[in-house]
Design a protein around this ligand. Structure first.
Ligand code: 5AD
Ligand code: SF4
Length: 473
């Protein structure tokens, strides 16, 4: 039993905490696009926390409203402009309540189209390229002091710096947010596939030094991470320097990471087929922490199209690589990206894509209609494909891909797999976790199973998820 005084103190403390929370500044972040953007958004949230901004999932609460944008396909890039319109409305409402709002756009759309943003959304306060986002606090200070001195709005604080190195040095430690964490080890791409904006938005390839990556990985493991997913646009061409200035490949890094006590699972994404070397294949054979799941985008099955895309491999080379990897570890499941309707793709070319899907039997995949991106070589190719043909091909391809995904999932029934539980499920008493193959798995389990690797027997499966039962004992 608390005394009256203790009770009063406890209540006052609680009220004070609520008041501090209410008065804390808030940042609302919406992320579009790839896992690298998800990672960047987390890092920016960590950075802004240091400056007194707490993350909120309500746009109306945002003292800062930030959109982290994607430019890979037209649809993704367009989405941000409708969201910016919404942000402007929120800003007006907040203004009437006497609250200031800073609207920030960061990411690949800024790098590619900062002039378009200025024209279409002049109320944006800060625009930052994907390699310059660590400068947000600095630019924020400038905007706020300008607000104080001049009144009213101002645009124009744009930074589209194009070197990846400094960013990582200016960010706070990457702390885990649960059982699985992303860790960016490489950024940018020199492959210049003819359809892709990434080399122009994320810049040329840069690999972080081995020691920096290991330090970040240890910090993640010390704060609760059991699974690390190494990120990079072309992650397997990683060539970071070690302590002695010697360049090391991703297989070396994976070997070093596997030595970290408490790190149970390692993944890496996204890989470029022509850059998978023998060391990496060997790592799939020898390192038990390396998950038997590989995202290896092929894009198309026709050599003519692969050549026009400037992909540095043929369909048969891709198949040979799959064979080699399976020889090293027969448990590996492959996932992939596909583009249909690339300029010049004939029915015969498309059939070759279908053929390769039937050979590899991908267990998961992402497939897209080709989207013309200004500034890329494919955008001005003469033989563009009609939209209705792209739609038809995508449907055929996706039906086939889903059928293999469904079959793989159904074949898991009655098998037992280690599952890393990450969070509560939608139903009471249910948790959600991931199998080694990145499948979402639902099972009834105690809350204390979260952040643990537990053997689960698969009892049911759909195309998108598995249902399981904890194995007793
Ligand atoms: N159109 C359609 N899909 C694209 N991708 C990249 N650029 C384009 C484009 N212009 C797809 C590729 C890549 C994935 C991330 O996005 O399949 O692997
Ligand atoms: Fe784009 Fe090709 Fe680089 Fe992938 S490998 S990021 S598709 S240029």
């Amino acid at each position: 039993m608390l005394t009256k005084e203790e009770d009063y103190q406890k209540k006052s403390l609680k009220n004070l905490k609520v008041k501090i929370k209410e008065e804390m500044k808030k940042i609302f972040i919406k992320t579009f696009g790839c896992q690298m953007n998800v990672y960047d958004s987390k890092r920016i949230a960590d950075l802004m926390k240091k400056y007194g901004y707490e993350e909120t999932d309500k746009i109306s609460e945002g003292d800062i409203i930030l959109f982290n944008t994607c430019h890979i396909r037209e649809k993704a890039a367009e989405k941000v402009f409708s969201d910016l319109g919404r942000a402007k409305k929120v800003k007006n409402v907040r203004e009437k309540q006497g609250k200031d709002t800073i609207i920030v756009v960061m990411g690949c759309v800024v790098q590619a189209e900062d002039d378009v943003i200025i024209k279409r959304a002049p109320y944006v306060d800060i625009a930052l390229g994907p390699l310059a986002y660590h400068k947000l606090p600095e630019l924020l200070k400038k905007v706020l002091s300008k607000r104080d001195s001049e009144e009213g709005n101002n645009f124009g604080l744009i930074d589209t710096e194009f070197y990846a190195e400094p960013k990582f040095d200016y960010l706070p430690d990457n702390k885990s947010q649960g059982a699985c964490s992303f860790l960016a080890i490489q950024e940018g791409c020199d492959n210049f596939c003819t359809y892709c904006v990434v080399p122009y938005t994320r810049g040329i390839e840069y690999s972080r030094p081995i020691e920096d990556v290991l330090k970040e990985a240890k910090s993640l493991v010390n704060t609760g991470t059991l699974e690390i997913n190494l990120l990079g646009q072309n992650v397997n061409s990683y060539h970071g320097e070690d302590k002695n200035g010697k360049e090391r490949n991703i297989a070396y890094l994976i070997n070093k990471l596997a030595e970290i006590d408490g790190l149970k699972r390692i993944r890496y994404t996204t890989s470029y087929p022509a850059d998978v070397d023998d060391d990496l294949i060997e790592a799939h054979k020898n390192i038990k922490e390396l998950m038997p799941y590989l995202h290896l985008p092929i894009q198309a099955g026709s050599d003519i199209i692969l050549k026009a895309m400037n992909r540095r491999y043929s369909a048969s080379e891709y198949l040979r690589l799959v064979e080699k990897l399976l020889k090293a570890n027969s448990e590996i499941g492959f996932s992939s990206d596909f583009i249909v309707g690339f300029p010049g793709e004939s029915d015969k070319d498309f059939e070759k894509t279908i053929r390769i899907v039937n050979e590899v039997k991908f267990i998961q995949a992402f497939s897209f209609k080709y989207s013309q991106r200004a500034g890329t070589p494919a955008a001005i190719m003469k033989n563009q494909i009609e939209e209705n043909v792209k739609t038809e091909r995508l449907q055929i391809l996706q039906d086939l891909l889903f059928s293999y995904q469904n079959k793989f999932n159904k074949d898991c029934i009655d098998k037992t797999m280690p599952v890393l539980f990450e969070q509560k499920g939608r139903h009471k008493g249910q948790l959600v976790g991931r199998t080694p193959y990145m499948q979402n798995l639902y099972a009834e389990a105690d809350f204390n199973c979260i952040n643990k690797l537990i053997d689960v027997k698969i009892i049911d499966a759909t195309t998108n998820s598995l249902k399981g039962e904890k194995v007793k004992g």
